[in-house]
Design a protein around this ligand. Structure first.
Ligand SMILES: C[S@@+](CC[C@H](N)C(=O)[O-])C[C@H]1O[C@@H](n2cnc3c(N)ncnc32)[C@H](O)[C@@H]1O
Ligand SMILES: Nc1nc2[nH]cc(C(=O)O)c2c(=O)[nH]1
Ligand code: SF4
Ligand SMILES: [Mg+2]
Length: 213
């Protein structure tokens, strides 16, 4: 008897949105980038600006080949790199996505809270650790950029603790403080801290100031 020929379903991931804009935050702010926002997050930050991305099942699953084609088109339109964000992208195994996107030849950047194991090959990792759900040591070791969100004085102590762990046993990441959007206290604390501690840099979400995606 012939072996079963049931085809595998195409590899796919749940996607909230894709768009070509400027990287709005962090070390690469101001550069042309193509964004893939994956659905699903269980980290539950009270101040999250992307809560609509949390329920994975509310968003369609897109084949990886379709995402790769979109990246190819974005490259032709001038995107300099791809940002995989979410939701929490590392809730998913990103290795197949990274393999599929690699053929397009754009650097792959990741935005993550670091609560899951790292699966996938990235050129730049932005780790935004959360006080209530700290990151895995492997992400602290591997990240290129540590971007801590500031609402409260305690976030500054947390930022220094994370920087200390991130810097141990390898190259130190770039250190950024990003005020919580709309938090006057966060703005004041981050600004004043950076002014007094020159190894930290301020990250403003400039896409929000410009009211673009
Ligand atoms: C929406 S998250 C998605 C990626 C991943 N879940 C994470 O938290 O890093 C993208 C970035 O936005 C930051 N962020 C989310 N809500 C914010 C807010 N209200 N103000 C400032 N930054 C915020 C996160 O800390 C993270 O650096
Ligand atoms: N322009 C723009 N830059 C970004 N950098 C990180 C973003 C994110 O939501 O992860 C983001 C975003 O949503 N828009
Ligand atoms: S980890 Fe990221 S996506 Fe998830 S709730 Fe926190 S900021 Fe939002
Ligand atoms: Mg955002």
């Amino acid at each position: 008897m012939a072996a079963s020929t049931t085809p595998h379903p195409p590899a796919a991931l749940p996607v909230v949105e894709t768009f070509h804009s400027l990287q709005g935050e962090g070390f690469h702010a101001g550069r042309s980038a193509f964004f893939i926002r994956l659905a699903g997050c269980t980290v539950g930050c009270s101040w999250c600006d992307t809560k609509h991305s949390w329920p994975e099942r509310s968003h369609p699953r897109l084949p990886l080949a379709e995402l790769s084609a979109q990246v190819g088109e974005a490259r032709r339109m001038g995107a300099g790199f791809v940002v995989i964000t979410g939701g929490e992208p590392l809730h998913h195994d990103l290795a197949p996505l990274c393999r599929q996107l690699a053929v397009q030849g754009l650097p792959l950047h990741l935005e993550t809270s670091g609560v899951d194991p790292l699966r996938g090959q990235f050129d730049w990792i932005t780790l935004s650790p959360k006080r209530h759900s700290p990151p895995r040591p492997e992400l602290l070791q591997r990240c290129d950029e540590l971007k801590v969100i500031v609402h409260h004085e305690d976030d500054l102590a947390f930022a220094e603790a994370m920087a200390l762990q991130a810097g141990s046993g390898g190259p130190s990441p770039r250190l950024l403080l990003q005020p919580g959007w709309g938090s006057r206290t966060g703005e004041r604390l981050a600004l004043e801290y950076v002014r007094r501690h020159p190894h930290w840099r301020l990250s403003l979400q400039c896409h929000k100031w410009l009211a673009i995606r």
